[in-house]
Every structure is written in structure tokens, then in C-alpha cells.
Design a protein around this ligand. Sequence first.
Ligand code: ADP
Ligand code: MG
Length: 341
Amino acid sequence: MTAAPFVVIKDVAKRWNGQLGVEGISLDIPEGSFTALLGPSGCGKSTTLRLLAGLEHPDEGAIFIDGKDVTTSAASDRNLSMVFQSYALFPHLSVAENVVFGLKVRRVPKAERQQKLHRALEITGLLGYENRKLGELSGGQRQRVALARAIVAGQRLCLMDEPLSNLDAKLRNSVRKDIKKLQRDLGITVVYVTHDQTEAMSMADTVVLMKDGHIQQVGPPQDLYNKPNNTFVAEFVGAPPMALIEAAGLNGYEIGQTLGIRAENIEIVAKGKGRMTCTVSESEFLGSETLIGLEHDRATGLSVLKPGMAMMPEGQIVDIDFHNDSLHVFDGAGHRMTAQG
Ligand code: ADP
Ligand code: MG
């Protein structure tokens, strides 16, 4: 017998005065998994999370947590912890008081509180800040307090909305790993909102990519990368994003189709030996390789990676080549076509 998924979102829609928030949202989230809701600003990530949290209620559909229909229940009845952009912290309390607030309410013994507090502050890099008042902290530090509070809450379901957005790049990288490790170690279920595809791809077991209030694709990161459902997914996932080429003029493909190709599958070849002739638009040294941006009037996002430091002058004309097997074929509506070599 297979148990029902820990969280089930079933055909949920939310509108404000007829204006679309999200629509047709269905998701099964297994216990102990890490799900990232990914997509550009305004696509409905936060709305979906707030519906799951009970901070909003859907106009259509149903939400189940741990087998219980919570569609109309209050946030406080859903046994979950939250780390949101608009973190509800108490400015007049200290860091330590904020972090253990929920534990105190639940009358967790002091020794256990202290131990959990220490661990949470360690993870979030806040040791030494115990007695600071919230009002004396930077945005990034407050964000870490919110994270620490969710960590000590010990709920099985934790919802996070862009919890790293105010951190600097270095800290973001390390806290990202800490959150992931913590989620695995504790076996908690995390639903994590981000607009940053690197964050989603590196942390999540399942990525849910959204656009204009609708889900575009659900799957493990490698599926979104290797088998994008449509041209939107192709261009959103991966750094650099997939290049899109009008099929017209390329052997074996039909007018109206769009071909997708990734930088790692393109090479610069000798003049006259390539399938397309492009103009170098920029060179970006990334450390271990150099990303060469290319322009062509029937393509967008073309680029090629060269090992090491390999800048090329802007305006240089180059021929590029690629194999048909590394092409992704999309139909006239931008949907992935299944039959391809
Ligand atoms: P994201 O988190 O992906 O940036 P949101 O879920 O916040 O996007 O918003 C999705 C859409 O719903 C947007 O068009 C936004 O303007 C709208 N929306 C969100 N919250 C409200 C609200 N309280 N009232 C009216 N419209 C809202
Ligand atoms: Mg948001």
C-alpha cells in the first residue's frame, strides 16, 4: 500500500476581484522532500505558498496536509513553520528571544531550548548576536533570525519564501547548503520559493516552474534542464539559458518549429565548416571557462563556452557547429516535440 503524499494541492485557483493569482495548481509533495517553486516575479509562487500556509484561501480546489483537508483551516492549525520575506519577528525582543519564542509558548524545557538555540544560531551564523535587539540588525541578519526560528520550531513541514534574498552572495551559498543538509538530516518537508534558478536547481528534489499563475513543468532539476516541456522552461533553466533557433533553413526541420541548443553543445569551427555564421557580441570570463555570446538574426541566446581565459573580440565573425542529437525541437506553439533523434 502506498501512502498518500504528505501534501496534496488539488486544482487550486486564487483570484482577487477577478484578477488571476494562480490557476489549475496541482501538486503532490512527498514527505521528506524538498520542492522549489520557481519562476519570474509575479508568476504566483508566493500566492501558492501562502495558500499552502493558510494565509490565503483558494477560490477553487483543495489542499491536504498529512491526510487532512486543510483547505479552509487557519494557518495556526496547519502545523507548519514559515520563513517569509515579510518575516513576522518581534523588533523589541532579542535574537535569542525571537528564535525560541515558539518553543517557550510550547513550554519546551530550558535546557533543550538552549541547545536548539545554539545549534540554530550556529547554522545561521548568528552566534554572538544572542542579545542583540532585532531593530539593531541588518535585513540579512533579520532574515537569518527568521530562518533560525523556523529551524528550532521542529515542524515536519517548513515553507520558505525567498529566505536568502537579503544575504550577500557568499553567505547565500553557505546557508543554501546548510538548509539543504538540515532538511535531509531532520527529514522535514520543505517547500521553497525562489526566482533564482541556480538556487532551485541546486537545492530541490523537485522543481515546479511557474509562469503567469500556471505551472509549466514539474520534475527533478535534471529533467527541466534536459527535457524542457516548452521554450519558456528552456530559456528559464540553466546558466546560460538554452539558445533558441528558428528551424527554417536548417536541414531536416520544418518552418515554424523552434530548435533549442545549450552552450556546451555548440562549438566554434573553421570558417565555412559550420552550420551557422554568427557575430561575437561579448566575452565573459567565468574563471574555469569563458562564455562567448553570439548574435544571429534567426536565434536568441546563442553562446559557446571555451576553456580557460579565451576572450574574443566583439564583432568577430565565427562559424558554429552542433549535432542534431543535442537539439531540442519545439512546435509552432513552443511545446516540446517528443519524436526526435
Ligand atoms: P511571485 O511570488 O511569483 O512574485 P505572487 O504570488 O506574489 O508572485 O503574485 C502573483 C499574482 O497575484 C501577481 O499578479 C500579483 O500582483 C497578484 N497578487 C498577489 N497577491 C495579491 C493581493 N493580495 N491582491 C491582489 N493581487 C495579488
Ligand atoms: Mg513572491
